[in-house]
Design a protein around this ligand. Structure first.
Ligand code: XIL
Length: 378
């Protein structure tokens, strides 16, 4: 069933008019491939197609990225500007400019707007990270959630309330929140978000959620909330995948398991790394960092066609699954718009040339993009 009614003709007009008023160059929502329907249009009956946006896009400097956003996407997530260290760098300091700009951009383009993220152990300022007093930490968390979720209540459609609270074996991550407050912090975070933004969907978001052991952890976390009468609307599976893994069957089993608890499922941070993995690294712990070398950066000047086809095949296999599961899957968000922007150029090794997204460094559609446009015809 269609989940966003304004996407087609009407939104083309709206985007053009409003973008012109805002002084950006987002002049139309002509699709990336002239004459073809856009990606968001092709999947409009199945799920939102989202993209993470950065400060250059929010502030209007990346006009090519903004054009693609308007044409091919129906949802946005802030890549960094709403993280705790960005939005509340000190206990009494809030910096709203980019976050406000982000929400305005989403409204202008009639997007399904995601907030990312309220409670997370990374990109967390020292004053929170180093707190050992439970009352103080609880107070920080309450103030942060009430203020941030409250400010955008009725404008943000879904919040990643809690990010990456689990270890690979399904146990709770020893974050400052868990160490100081125990599992109660999870219940409190969702309850506070529900109070501050009663009409906003509330999500748990994490990487490697295909992993069967971690899956058990998610099921326990969802049950904890449900048993406490606290609302959770969805589980976000970050899709930081590669060309060979994870197995489609594992992703499928997790989608089924999460949907079985009654929540929606979202693929929230999809990108497919094309480069070697420093030590067969799984997942997306943003604190990891390794040495660069020619072996680790094999395609500095361009991608061989064979690899480009592999990426396209893998995207097709994944979208094939998401389509089969579209009763449960409500959104598929790419972690960026084009390959120039991707965080995978700098993680887990700095200064590499990676190719994980659907548009290339010049914002031209890649083979993977074309494949996804025609996938439903086959
Ligand atoms: C990443 C951003 O893309 C980078 O720009 C930043 O330096 C680190 O964080 N899981 C998440 C995202 O939930 O917020 C992370 O984003 C990637 C892993």
């Amino acid at each position: 069933m269609p989940k966003f009614p304004l996407l087609s003709l009407l939104s083309a007009l709206l985007v053009a008019v409003l973008a012109a008023c805002a002084g950006t160059n987002v002049a139309s929502n002509a699709p990336a491939t002239p004459g073809a329907p856009s990606l968001a249009e092709v999947y409009a009956d199945n799920f939102y197609i989202g993209a993470a946006v950065n400060a250059r896009q929010i502030s209007g400097r990346d006009t090519a990225g903004l054009r693609l956003l308007a044409s091919d996407f129906s949802s946005i997530t802030p890549e960094n500007v709403m993280k705790w260290e960005e939005i509340q760098p000190g206990p009494d300091t809030y910096t709203w400019e980019l976050a406000d700009g982000y929400v305005e951009l989403g409204e202008r383009l009639d997007m399904w707007i995601i907030g990312h993220t309220l409670v997370w152990h990374s990109q967390l300022p020292a004053y929170v990270r180093e707190t050992t007093d439970p009352d103080q930490l609880r107070a920080y968390m309450e103030d942060h959630i009430r203020t941030v979720a409250g400010r955008y209540a009725g404008r943000i459609d879904g919040w990643d309330v809690l990010n990456e609270a689990l270890n690979e074996d399904g146990s709770y991550r020893e974050s400052v929140f868990y160490k100081v407050l125990g599992e109660q912090y999870i219940v409190d975070a969702f309850r506070l978000a529900a109070e501050a933004a009663p009409n906003t969907q509330l999500y748990y978001n994490d990487y490697n959620l295909n992993n069967p052991q971690k899956r058990q952890g998610v099921l326990r976390l969802v049950k904890l909330l449900q048993d406490n009468g606290v609302r959770i609307d969805g589980v976000g599976m970050q899709g930081h995948y590669n060309l060979n893994g994870p197995p489609i069957a594992e992703v499928e089993a997790s989608i089924d398991a999460y949907a079985g608890t009654g929540v929606n499922v979202m693929i929230t941070e999809l990108d497919l790394t094309t480069l070697p993995n420093p030590w067969d690294l799984d997942g997306a712990d943003v604190n990891q960092d390794f040495e660069n070398s020619p072996e680790m950066n094999p395609y500095p000047d361009g991608l061989p066609d064979s690899v480009s086809t592999k990426i396209a095949d893998r995207y097709a296999d994944l979208f094939d699954l998401f389509l089969r599961k579209d009763e449960a899957v409500t959104r598929v968000t790419l972690w960026g718009i084009n390959d120039a922007q991707t965080w995978l150029n700098n993680w887990p090794i700095r200064g590499r040339t990676n190719y994980p997204l659907l548009f290339d460094r010049e914002s031209r559609p890649k083979e993977a993009y074309d494949r996804l446009l025609t996938l439903k015809d086959n």
